[in-house]
Design a protein around this ligand. Structure first.
Ligand code: GRG
Ligand code: ZN
Length: 354
């Protein structure tokens, strides 16, 4: 461990390595933990499947983020597989939970009895593909759900309420690609909309005319990569904007004048990786920054050193380290944000070229 002056003047110890075992325990600890006194009551509820995924139930945050459960399982499971511990979650319980989250219209809710949305539908498909269990659900229904959300200008709304942004184009394209059903949506029109979100700085915003933001850059570049349309990206211009996201402390921000955050290790680095320009940033400094955001006692990774860890930043920290070639981690696919061995198994690897 390195030793450094903390902001409050005390000496704090910074971890010099990835504490994988601790992070595996942290992710496992988010799964269930129902006290025996509550178990009988919970188990008697019709919606109970034995799993209350990925948040400790006694946290207030559990209830505030209840709509994010299916995403949480995807973040946790992917991080676990990259750390060679996919079996830390109960596969059959997760599959049953997802089945219970699928609606009659084919879409998935973020949790039991929650409305369907593209964000959760993609997470559910990612989990099922990772487990090689698409047979557990009605795939045709998912395809017709996603297809029903496409608008005449090629964009997608996230659900029936009609919020539109580039994230949902990515979700639809990734989802249909994983299901081998890109034929079911209008891909050329989707590409047209994504290209309209591109800015003079080479980046992408959430909608046409919106400021470039690294998470939207991932969505734009990822979507274009999947459908072999990367010729719409100026790799040098965008690569320059992306590498300018690195700050003096090694961390990356999501747009100019903003703070560093571990999740941009994914949004920025995945795009640089797709464009073949990871070497444009200082890898060693970014690795140190990610490692410094680990919780060395309870496990997990936070957005930045000293903040509370969560499963979202744990995935993006681990996935970022994987893109940086950190030892002992499985390779992650920069387009799908899934383990590369899974993307290879389904025959979708190396389809994209800059
Ligand atoms: C398969 C990895 C994967 C994703 C699916 C939903 C999605 C596709 C991508 C978008 C995810 C998203 C919106 C991430 C949030 C990024 C983020 C930290 C936004 C915060 O923005 P601000 O303005 O923070 O609050 P800054 O950093 O700009 O101060
Ligand atoms: Zn973040």
């Amino acid at each position: 461990s390195q030793v450094k002056n903390g902001t409050n003047g005390t000496m704090t110890s910074l971890p010099a390595t990835l504490l994988s075992d601790l992070h595996v325990q942290y992710i496992k600890s988010l799964d269930t933990i129902v006290p025996p006194s509550e178990f009988a009551l919970l188990a008697s509820r019709p919606e109970f499947t034995g799993i209350w995924p990925l948040q400790k139930k006694d946290d207030l945050e559990y209830w505030l983020t209840e709509h994010l459960r299916v995403n949480g399982v995807y973040w946790g499971l992917t991080a676990l597989d990259l750390m060679n511990n996919i079996d830390a979650l109960e596969r059959d319980q997760v599959i049953k939970y997802l089945q219970d989250c699928q609606h009659e219209n084919g879409g998935f809710g973020g949790h039991l009895n929650h409305d369907p949305h593209l964000l959760y539908t993609l997470s559910a498909i990612q989990i099922l593909v990772t487990y090689d269990r698409l047979d557990a659900i009605d795939v045709d229904k998912v395809v017709s759900y996603v297809r029903s959300l496409q608008l005449p200008d090629g964009s997608f709304s996230g659900d029936e309420w009609g919020e539109i942004d580039i994230r949902f184009c990515y979700c639809a394209i990734s989802c249909m690609s994983l299901l081998k059903r890109l034929d079911a949506i209008d891909v050329p029109r989707t590409v047209e909309f994504v290209v309209r979100c591109k800015n003079y700085d080479g980046g992408f915003g959430s909608q046409p005319g919106s400021e470039s933001h690294a998470a939207m850059v991932f969505c734009g570049v990822g979507a274009l990569a999947i459908v072999n349309a990367l010729h719409h990206v100026d790799a040098d211009l965008l690569g320059w904007w992306l590498c300018e996201r690195q700050l003096g402390n090694g961390g990356l921000n999501g747009r100019p004048q903003k703070l560093e955050d571990v999740c941009y290790s994914w949004w920025v680095l995945s795009a640089l990786s797709i464009l073949g320009r990871v070497h444009w940033i200082n890898k060693e400094k970014l690795i140190s920054f990610i490692l410094s955001a680990q919780d060395t006692e309870a496990g997990g990774i936070a957005d930045r050193p000293g903040d509370m860890a969560d499963v979202f930043h744990t995935l993006f920290g681990v996935a970022g380290l994987s893109l940086l070639g950190y030892p002992g981690l499985k390779s992650v696919d920069p387009v799908y944000c899934m383990p590369k061995h899974v993307i290879q198994r389904v025959g979708l690897a190396e389809r994209y070229r800059v």
